[in-house]
Design a protein around this ligand. Structure first.
Ligand code: AHG
Ligand code: MN
Ligand code: MN
Length: 336
């Protein structure tokens, strides 16, 4: 009789196993990912307890973008900063909840720059709906003091990106240069276990995901594009359905697993989008592309967009390659 327990591969084991394939690596990337996993477990525990320990509700403060900050936003931000600062793998961090770049003390500095949205979808916190953390990882460009050009750089320079969903289970998804893997937290063991390796974006769109109440503010290309997608429904059976959570990271995760396209077009009155390029769109675009999907702002590839401000906003269309291309062609027809 075998006495060997049947359990899966942990996040730490997975990243260490991959590190072995790169003998020249110093191991900091692996450590960084496992430390992000530690931060995610702390945040997950706080989110699960939110209703009990009265951390729900707004603090009354506003962040740099004039939005009300929820208490859990603060907690998630502090947790992420503290864990990564101590990890010895990060030289600077940029966060949605911090006005400026945080520079790690010289003796703790590591090889990477991390940008993150500590809690995405925070309007969903107090109604028990899925929220998440999104992160982007960049390599340092040089030794010594961190310079702003190491932070303000296009998304294609990322070497890793990921997110954690605090939903019906806590799910950790990350992409490195080789592909996308997902892990699920076993709350009894306190470990993330590998659930999918080599995740690929479904080729067909079956879900349409956006805030349709913004229609008056869309440019003229959006409605014709949506009509092309919706027009695939016919009497033979439903093929496209609408799903929108209002938490980008949760909407993206569902679409990645089930095959959906998410849109948050720019407001044609201001020419600005809502979502932030550095710590929302770039990491999700990196993951989408590594899985075989695509992401544009309407016309331009998200990962090629120049970044000039920390909290810069952009339009976003993210989903299966063919339908993102259709969006680009529709944009060109109506906008050029
Ligand atoms: P955050 O909670 O980090 O500020 O991000 C909110 C974002 C995103 O998660 C969501 O999809 C979008 O805002 C929803 O915006 P609308 O309420 O305008 O639809
Ligand atoms: Mn967000
Ligand atoms: Mn946020």
């Amino acid at each position: 009789m075998s006495t060997t327990a049947d359990f899966g591969i942990t996040l730490t084991q997975h990243v260490m196993r991959k590190q072995v394939l790169h003998p020249s690596a110093r191991g900091q990337f692996s450590t960084l990912l496992t430390q992000i996993g530690v931060a995610a477990k702390h945040i997950s525990a706080q989110v699960r307890r939110a209703g009990l320990i009265e951390v729900l509700g707004a603090t009354g403060e506003t962040n740099i973008q004039g939005e009300r900050v929820q208490k859990l936003d603060h907690i998630a931000n502090d947790t992420f900063m503290k864990v990564l600062r101590r990890s010895g793998t990060v030289a600077a961090m940029a966060s949605e909840e911090e006005d400026d770049v945080y520079y790690v003390e010289p003796h703790r500095r590591g090889d990477y720059i991390v940008a993150f949205d500590p809690l995405d979808g925070s309007s969903n916190i107090d109604v028990g709906v899925s929220i998440g953390t999104i992160f982007a990882i960049y390599p340092r460009k040089h030794d010594g003091e961190v310079t702003l050009d190491e932070i303000l750089r296009p998304g294609h320079e990322q070497v890793g990106a990921g997110y954690v969903i605090y939903g019906s289970s806590t799910v950790f998804v990350y992409a490195d240069l080789e592909g996308v893997s997902s892990f699920t937290l076993d709350p009894g063991v306190g470990e993330f276990f590998l659930t999918r390796d080599g995740l690929t974006y479904p080729k067909t769109t079956s879900i349409l995901s956006l805030n349709e109440c913004n229609e008056p503010y869309w440019g003229p290309w959006v409605t014709p594009f949506l009509n092309q997608i919706k027009g695939r429904n016919d009497e033979k059976g439903r093929r496209i359905t609408d799903r929108h959570i209002g938490s980008l990271v949760s909407d993206f995760h569902r679409n990645l697993i089930k095959g959906g396209i998410y849109l948050y077009p720019v407001d044609h009155r201001t020419g600005r989008g809502k979502l932030r390029l550095l710590y929302e769109c770039n990491p999700l675009a990196f993951i989408a592309e590594k899985a075989g999907g695509a992401a544009i702002d309407g016309q331009q590839r998200i990962l090629d967009k120049p970044l000039t401000q920390l909290h810069q906003r952009t339009g976003l269309v993210i989903g299966p390659q063919d339908d993102v291309d259709l969006a680009r062609r529709t944009y060109a027809r109506y906008m050029d």
